[in-house]
Structure formats: structure tokens, C-alpha cells
Design a protein around this ligand. Structure first.
Ligand SMILES: Cc1cc2nc3c(=O)[nH]c(=O)nc-3n(C[C@H](O)[C@H](O)[C@H](O)COP(=O)(O)OP(=O)(O)OC[C@H]3O[C@@H](n4cnc5c(N)ncnc54)[C@H](O)[C@@H]3O)c2cc1C
Length: 464
């Protein structure tokens, strides 16, 4: 008898795994080793033989490597295409979809949340502002809805008291985003890396600027095109507005790698009379803390830099955790998880129609096209208005940006980039793109009263 014809139970028995393993297998809980590969061979498809003639490889030539031209298949046509499923991109997509636009969201990883989940940046800073003696929550709308819904999930968020900066759980937030994005009926492409912008062959008759018509994504099946009426670059790094030709500045900022440690509930600091050094901050999960890292200010889009820092940071984290474990009373603490996504804070920032400036923000400058209010670290200042112009590149049409890449002078970066402010600029971008689609206008020419009305309908706070 061939082994593949053996009864599954007999086979498990012969491995000494017996009835309990067989029972586990029946409900899909068997350890992977218990399911020998060749027993299941007959369930596998035979596959399709391809002779390789369809490959279009790059070639050596012209003193370098040449990429041959090829027609890119279109896999979707949509109204609003949001690229990047981080805090800004998710809120942008949800806002546009709720406003009735056919919305598509592209993300290079297999989950949503960007740095707030994959980067283990879980502390929600800067959504409070001061009005006279009163503290006011500047981040409302979809950002506030997210925090509220996290409260309803077990171990979803802590420190949600008035005036405090809460901390969320990365897994709870990943789950919530799946829930909200599917509820909004958004078309999703995960594992899809945006690699190019698609530009119309005619410039805009109104402005003479190039017009973005979509994005090329890299997938395991090769490059694919997604066509769109409006595009929002929420990649954080301008991966779409840069190839589209938008003017931008390139910045260097601290690149770190946060991590989580566990078993803090078993720590007995009284044992050695000394608190360990790298204990980070509280998370919603008892006994688990997250540890932030500053890191050097280098170029966060240079693959050599990123590779070097991954190696360096991982060594540093391991050392830090070992130091904690060798502190008397902290022997049980362990490294739960390093962020799968390196912590790039700021890279490319658009040259916008308007640019946020620190002095003006501090002085409470008002903008006619205000589409949101930003907060800062501990809410001890007045709210600063976010003008729509900070989301609009000077020289390219039908692409907006949101999140950490909106237009601001370097001194504004520290507040622009915090998660709640990315929710707010994402909300504004999504609403504006939806209105531009509805009215058939260029993004830069969108009706600001309509955008503000939609934002208010979606419960955003515009300072009034
Ligand atoms: C180490 C560190 C600590 C921080 N600490 C805090 C803090 O304590 N509190 C706070 O509020 N903020 C903090 N921040 C800032 C905050 O986390 C980010 O600025 C914020 O998450 C930015 O949101 P975003 O949506 O603009 O971009 P991101 O969170 O970077 O999301 C961008 C998304 O786009 C995807 N993407 C990128 N390129 C492509 C592409 N080419 N194709 C498809 N998808 C793509 C990414 O995978 C990601 O999902 C910290 C940041 C870092 C790095």
C-alpha cells in the first residue's frame, strides 16, 4: 500500500500522535507537523505549465540596465484611489466612500494602520488644544469614531480620559480598520506596492499642469494599473506624487524601531531596589509595554540606509531587553515583538499651494480654506488650522496628499505627523476628493464650502 493511501488516523497513530491529534486535526487545530505533506498531495492541483515566453525581463544595455516598455494591464477603475493604508489613508478612504465615491485603497503590506500598527507607534498624541482655559478635543470625526470603537473592543485602548493622550493596541486597531473599511465597501488591494503615477497625455486645459489619472502597482503577478478620477497619496513618503512630478522637499528625520515587551506584570522591582531602564510605556494589554526609539536622522527612502538601520536597531533592541532581564526583579521580561515596519518619521513633503508655518500656527492664523484643526503634544496651545492648500501640490492636478507629507515648514513636522493630525488631514483629503469627483472639478478647484459641509456632516471639528 502507498503511504498516501493510508488512513489518516492510522498514519497519525504510526507517528505516535494517536487519537487526540487526530481529533485536533478534525477541527483544524492539529500542529502543522502532524499533517504529513504527502498524505495531502492528492488534494493539490496539478498546476499550470508556463514555458517562460511571456517574461519581459530587464536587459543589460546603454551602459546600465534597461527596462523594456510593456503595456500594463488595468485591474480597476475607480473614483477615488487612496494609496497607503496608514492612519491618514484609511480615514481618507472611509470619508470618500461614505460620501458616495467609489473608493479603492492600495497598501503595500497585508494589514492597515501604517506606523500605528506595523510600526508599533501606539501612543495617540496631540489631539487636544486649548481655548481660553478650556481643553478642546481637536480630532473629531472619523478619528474620534475610531477611538470610541476601540473602547468597545477588549484591550483596544487605554487612557481615554478627557485631556489625556491614549494608547491603542496595534492588533485591535488592525482589526477595527478591517471592520470599518469593509463596512464602507471600499475596494482593497493589499500586497500592492505603488511604483508609478499614471499621467494623462494631455495637460490640464485650466492650468497647463500634468493630470494624474491613476497609479501603477507592483504585484506578484507583475505591474498592474488602477485608473482613478482623483488620487490621494497617503504613503507618507510621496511614492505617488514624486513620480507624478510634484514639487517637494526631501527631509531627514529620526528613524527608529519601536518594540513591545511582555511579562511586566511579573516584574518585582523591589527585589533589586532598582527600576530597569528600558521599560517604555503602558499599553491596553496588562503586562505589555511599548518602547519607543528615536534613532538617527538619515534618508528614510534610501534602501541602503533602511537596511543598515534595521540591522543596527535590532541589535540595540536585543541588548536593551537583555539589560532589562539582567536587572534583578525583571528576569521574566521578554521581547514580544519588534515593529515589522521601520519607524520612518518624515521624508518627502509636498510644496503645497499653502504651507504650514510654526509661528502662524502658534499665532492661530486663520485660513479661508480651513479643513481641519490640528493639536500638539499635550494640548497646551490654541488649535492650528489646516488649510486645504497644504494638501494640494503646486504643479500637478488631481492628486492630494494627507498625513505626514502635507506641506509644512520643517519646524511643523513634529506636529503635522502625529497620528490624530494625520487622521484629520486624511479626513479632509477624502472629503475633498469625493466632492471633486461629484462636481467633476480639478482637486485644486474643489468647492471649499461643500468640502467643509461634508466634513461637518461627518462630524469633523473645524474650530466652530
Ligand atoms: C518611531 C516613531 C515614533 C512615533 N511616535 C509617535 C507617537 O508617540 N504618537 C503619535 O501620534 N505619532 C507618533 N509618530 C508619528 C506617526 O506614527 C506617523 O507620523 C503617522 O503614523 C503617519 O501616518 P500616515 O498615514 O501619514 O503614514 P504611515 O503611518 O507611514 O502610513 C503610510 C502607509 O502607506 C503604506 N505605503 C507606503 N508606501 C507605499 C507604496 N509605495 N505603496 C503602497 N503602500 C505604501 C505603508 O505601508 C503604510 O501603511 C511616531 C513615528 C515614528 C516613526
Amino acid at each position: 500500500m502507498f503511504l498516501s493511501e493510508l488512513n489518516r488516523r492510522d498514519w497519525l497513530k504510526s507517528l505516535g500522535l494517536g487519537a487526540s491529534a487526530a481529533a485536533l486535526g478534525a477541527v483544524g487545530l492539529a500542529p502543522r507537523d502532524a499533517a504529513a505533506d504527502f498524505v495531502t498531495q492528492k488534494d493539490k492541483t496539478t498546476g499550470k505549465l508556463l514555458d517562460g515566453s511571456q517574461a519581459v525581463p530587464c536587459k543589460l544595455g546603454e551602459g546600465g540596465v534597461v527596462r523594456p516598455s510593456a503595456v500594463v494591464p488595468t485591474i480597476s477603475e475607480t473614483d477615488v484611489l487612496v494609496v497607503g493604508g496608514g492612519p491618514a489613508g484609511c480615514v481618507a478612504a472611509i470619508s470618500a466612500a461614505r460620501a458616495g465615491a467609489k473608493t479603492t485603497l492600495v497598501e503595500r503590506y497585508g494589514h492597515f494602520g501604517g506606523l500605528a500598527t506595523g510600526g508599533l507607534v501606539v501612543h495617540i498624541l496631540g489631539h487636544w488644544t486649548k481655548e481660553g482655559d478650556k481643553k478642546v478635543q481637536a480630532t473629531q470625526g472619523i478619528g474620534e469614531e475610531m477611538m470610541k470603537r476601540l473602547e468597545d473592543l477588549p484591550q483596544g485602548i487605554v487612557n481615554r480620559e478627557f485631556g489625556r493622550n491614549p494608547t491603542l493596541d496595534a492588533e485591535a486597531y488592525k482589526y477595527l480598520l478591517v471592520e470599518m473599511i469593509t463596512e464602507a465597501n471600499i475596494e482593497v488591494f493589499l500586497h500592492s506596492w505603488a511604483i508609478d503615477a499614471i499621467i494623462d497625455d494631455e495637460p490640464s486645459p485650466e492650468t497647463g499642469n500634468p493630470v494624474v489619472r491613476g497609479v501603477v502597482i507592483q504585484t506578484k503577478l507583475g505591474p498592474k494599473a488602477i485608473l482613478a478620477k482623483q488620487v490621494i497619496d497617503a504613503t507618507g513618503d510621496g511614492d505617488v506624487f514624486v513620480p507624478a512630478g510634484a514639487a517637494h522637499t526631501q527631509r531627514m528625520y529620526n528613524i527608529g524601531l519601536p518594540y513591545r515587551i511582555g511579562n511586566l506584570d511579573r516584574a518585582k522591582p523591589e527585589k533589586g531596589g532598582k527600576r530597569a531602564r528600558f521599560l517604555g510605556d503602558v499599553t491596553p494589554v496588562p503586562g505589555v509595554r511599548w518602547v519607543n526609539m528615536t534613532g538617527p536622522s538619515l534618508d528614510g527612502v534610501d534602501v541602503k540606509v533602511l537596511s543598515e538601520l534595521e540591522l543596527k536597531h535590532r541589535k540595540q533592541i536585543w541588548k536593551q531587553v537583555q539589560e532589562t532581564r539582567s536587572t534583578p526583579g525583571y528576569e521574566d521580561v521578554y521581547l514580544m515583538e519588534t515593529a515589522p515596519q521601520i519607524g520612518v518619521r518624515v521624508t518627502r513633503v509636498i510644496e503645497g499651494v499653502a504651507t504650514l508655518k510654526l509661528d502662524e500656527a502658534r499665532a492661530g492664523k486663520k485660513f479661508d480654506d480651513c479643513v481641519g484643526i490640528g493639536g500638539a503634544w499635550h494640548g497646551d496651545h490654541i488649535g492650528w488650522q489646516i488649510p486645504f492648500g497644504a494638501l494640494v501640490p503646486k504643479n500637478v492636478e488631481n492628486i492630494l496628499t494627507a498625513g505626514r507629507s502635507i506641506s509644512g515648514e520643517p519646524l511643523m513636522s513634529d506636529v503635522i505627523r502625529v497620528i490624530p493630525n494625520c487622521w484629520v488631514s486624511g479626513h479632509a483629503a477624502g472629503a475633498a476628493a469625493a466632492v471633486a469627483v461629484q462636481d467633476g472639478t480639478l482637486a485644486r478647484a474643489v468647492s471649499i464650502p461643500k468640502v467643509r459641509a461634508l466634513l461637518k456632516e461627518q462630524k469633523a471639528y473645524l474650530g466652530e
